[in-house]
Design a protein around this ligand. Structure first.
Ligand code: FES
Ligand code: FES
Length: 211
């Protein structure tokens, strides 16, 4: 027996097995099942909750969550500014945490709970953050505003949950909703109109801590 051949075989097996492990563990259980060859769900049919409503969708596996929301579900509140994760206009909440939906594939969200700006409040009853943005003029053209509001809501939740940021001085105690903390956490949401100080005022009104 050629020991080198054995080694090559083992090395190849390890590499293939290792690669498969990475792929499988990176996907939710529903997708692992859907990705079984021969399963018709492989084309990308899956369910998720959007603004409290259960939706079953079938999209190309390359579709982003942002395109699923805007193009397929006609929820055009979330905006496409850069499509590269640089502006935050596409920010939505997934299972309570904010993400850039342009950077996330829709099929990764099988079984998830997605909240967009359309799910935060209604025209009759605005979410407190929406009302604060109106009161403090937290927008001009409004293009970044849905992402800013979704991000702002999630930021206050992050602070309440004790998640530290780059400017949290003391990692042994819970962060506070100070202006510095809020500005740092909102730094991924760009506003070409420059409504930043008014956005900060709106956030301070909802959950701010002036210390
Ligand atoms: Fe997603 Fe700009 S559109 S970050
Ligand atoms: Fe115009 Fe922010 S309000 S980009």
């Amino acid at each position: 027996m050629d020991p080198r051949k054995d080694f090559e075989l083992s090395r190849r097996t390890v590499l293939v097995a290792g690669g498969a492990t990475v792929v499988v563990t990176a996907l939710p259980a529903a997708q692992v099942q859907a990705a079984t060859p021969g399963n018709p769900a492989y084309a990308g049919s899956f369910s998720l909750s959007v603004n409290g409503a259960q939706r079953t969708v079938e999209v190309d596996t390359r579709t982003t969550l942002l395109d699923l929301l805007r193009e397929h579900l006609k929820l055009t509140g979330s905006k496409k500014g850069c499509d590269h994760g640089q502006c935050g206009a596409c920010t939505v909440m997934v299972n309570g945490e904010r993400i850039n939906s342009c950077l996330s594939l829709a099929v990764m969200h099988a079984g998830d709970e997605v909240t967009t700006i359309e799910g935060l409040g209604t025209t009759e009853q605005l979410h407190p953050m929406q009302a604060a943005f109106v009161k403090h003029d937290g927008y001009q053209c409004g293009y970044c505003t849905p992402g800013q509001i979704c991000s702002a809501v999630a930021v206050l939740d992050e602070i309440k949950a004790g998640v530290p940021s780059h400017v949290t001085g003391d990692l042994t105690s819970s962060p506070r909703a100070t202006p510095d903390e809020m500005r740092e956490r909102m730094s991924g949401n760009i506003c070409r109109c420059g409504a930043y100080s008014n956005i900060a005022d709106a956030m301070a009104e909802v959950g701010g801590d002036q210390a």
